[in-house]
Design a binder for this molecule. Structure first.
Ligand code: CU
Ligand code: ZN
Length: 191
């Protein structure tokens, strides 16, 4: 009987301990969700690099849990042409050719890819297509970044518009020089 009681006590302690661990895990994911929630909107204002004319605004918002929708409106592009469009690793447009923004944002170490590739850099947004007036609009929902959550947060990173199309090739899509650069910052507005 003594032995049985002892065994039961051990089992009970074990149950309480695992329950505690499960609760702690729950708290952790709630915390993560809260952090993910804390910023719903971001914005990047694109300015032309030296001798170029690409300018515009890109809005980001958390459209669903784990999803970010961006809408980009850029002008001063080469008419009727695709332009590579990426989040780069640094929010630094100080170099006159935009190279200070670094490489494609790629925290998970994936190869480069266009939108249809499941495995691609977190910053690979594909191309923005210019109309006959050199204006491009891109509206896109992605699930591999967050505004400021735990999954590949984009706040404070750079946004680059390239002269040439991103053709999806390695290592970075061969999109040529950087014609526009912006920094992804906190935007006003809720919801
Ligand atoms: Cu780029
Ligand atoms: Zn890339």
């Amino acid at each position: 009987m003594k032995y049985l009681t002892g065994a039961l006590t051990v089992a009970a302690l074990f149950l309480v301990a695992s329950w505690g661990i499960a609760l702690a895990g729950d708290d952790h994911s709630k915390e993560a969700e809260k952090r993910d929630d804390s910023l719903k909107r971001a914005v990047a204002v694109i300015h032309p690099t030296k001798d170029n004319s690409a300018r515009g605004v890109v809005h980001f918002h958390r459209s669903a849990p784990g999803q970010v929708t961006l809408s980009a409106h850029i002008e001063g592009l080469e008419p009727e042409q695709k332009h590579g469009f990426h989040i780069h690793e640094y929010g630094d447009c100080s170099a006159e050719d935009g190279t200070s923004a670094g490489d494609h944002y790629n925290p998970e170490g994936h190869p480069h890819g266009l939108q249809e590739e499941d495995e691609r850099h977190a910053g690979d947004l594909g191309n923005i297509v210019a109309d006959e007036q050199g204006k491009g609009t891109l509206i896109l929902t992605v699930d591999n970044i967050s505004i400021a959550g735990e999954s590949n947060p984009i706040i404070g990173r750079g946004l680059i518009v390239h002269r040439d199309p991103d053709d999806g090739s390695q290592p970075v899509g061969d999109a040529g020089p950087r014609i526009g650069c912006g920094v992804i910052g906190v935007a006003s507005g809720e919801g």
